[in-house]
Design a binder for this molecule. Structure first.
Ligand code: NAD
Length: 294
């Protein structure tokens, strides 16, 4: 029987746990987790993401601050806000929604955020900490994948984990997390990318397959082996005339075609996606409570 990994349910559970812990943090220590969100420009997807992050942080009782700047905003203006929030004791997490307009250097902006408030986990200090196994902020999507692995008790130790995709926000961090010598990790990790001539050579041997590609339904039943665990990170929009919007979301994996061959699989939507915001909220809570362990 294939286990369908329900990221929506797990993310709801995490949010409920956080709401309870936040109440305690407020009443016992007088600390309210504070999250500052910066949106530059009017990219429709970014607006939706920032709106959801603001809504969930309010639901959890956080202090949330949203600044929206026009796409003509200068790099200096963005850096000014970061500087201000780095020094604001009521702000524990800073998130600059990416992508930024082309005239703003994303790396410069990411590096300006204090690593102690980098709840997106994109700062090189946090990524370096992750690689050498030190505590720090883990970026939200890979952190969400690890949380799903834990809560579904998926055995990673000694398993061949194949990650497709080498982005800084998903592929590289999840690969680095899953070979660490600790619980729910200790896997043997292969990273695949566009340099691979034939990804089947790797995917057919995967015990755990993690796809962060951005190509709809690229992975099909002929690419996997019986009993594999699939974590599909891809979020791709494809035309669908039966929908009012004329489109629907699918992952990188042909879910219907492969699901009976898998021991467990995440659906899209409703798998990894909902975990990302939950882990942003978790990182913000951990920053406020001082539990990150810097
Ligand atoms: P990206 O576009 O930065 O990188 C994609 C990677 O896939 C690249 O490293 C590339 O080498 C690899 N790739 C592309 N085509 C390939 C092919 N044919 N064979 C082998 N490798 C191939 O991607 P990203 O930012 O990591 O995002 C990947 C997907 O995950 C996208 O669909 C994105 O929307 C989704 N995503 C979802 C969440 C979430 O919260 N669930 C978060 C981030 C990204």
């Amino acid at each position: 029987m294939t286990k369908i990994i329900d990221g929506k349910a797990v993310s709801e559970q995490i949010k409920q746990e956080l709401a309870v812990k936040t109440e305690l943090l407020k009443s016992e220590k007088g600390i309210t987790p504070g999250l500052a969100l910066l949106l530059v420009g009017d990219n429709p997807a970014s607006k939706v993401y920032v709106g959801s992050k603001e809504r969930v942080s309010k639901e959890l009782g956080y202090h949330s601050l949203v600044v929206k700047l026009p796409d003509t905003a200068s790099e200096e203006e963005v850096l000014e806000y970061i500087k201000k929030w780095n020094n604001d004791p009521e702000i524990h997490g800073i998130l600059v929604q990416l992508p930024l307009p082309k005239h703003i250097d994303e790396n410069k902006v990411i590096m300006a955020i204090s690593p102690r408030k980098d709840v997106d986990g994109f700062h090189p200090e946090n990524f370096g900490r992750l690689v050498i196994g030190l505590p720090g902020f883990v970026s939200c999507t890979p952190a969400g994948i690890v949380e799903l692995i834990k809560r579904y008790d998926i055995d990673v130790k000694g398993k061949h984990v194949v990650v497709i995709g080498r982005s800084n926000i998903v592929g590289k961090p999840i690969a680095n997390l899953l070979y660490q010598k600790r619980d729910f990790a200790n896997g043997i990790v292969t990273i695949c990318h566009t340099g691979a001539k034939d990804i089947s050579k790797y995917t057919l041997d995967a015990d755990i397959l993690i796809t962060a590609i951005g190509v709809p339904n690229l992975i099909r039943k002929e690419n996997i082996k019986e009993g594999v665990v699939i974590i599909d990170v891809g979020i791709n929009s494809i035309p669908d005339s039966t929908k009012k919007s004329g489109q629907r979301l699918v992952g990188d994996v042909d879910f219907e075609g492969v699901k009976d061959m898998c021991s467990a699989i995440t659906p899209v939507p409703g798998g990894v996606g909902p975990m990302t915001i939950a882990m942003l909220m978790q990182n913000t809570y951990l920053s406020a409570s001082g539990e990150v362990g810097f």
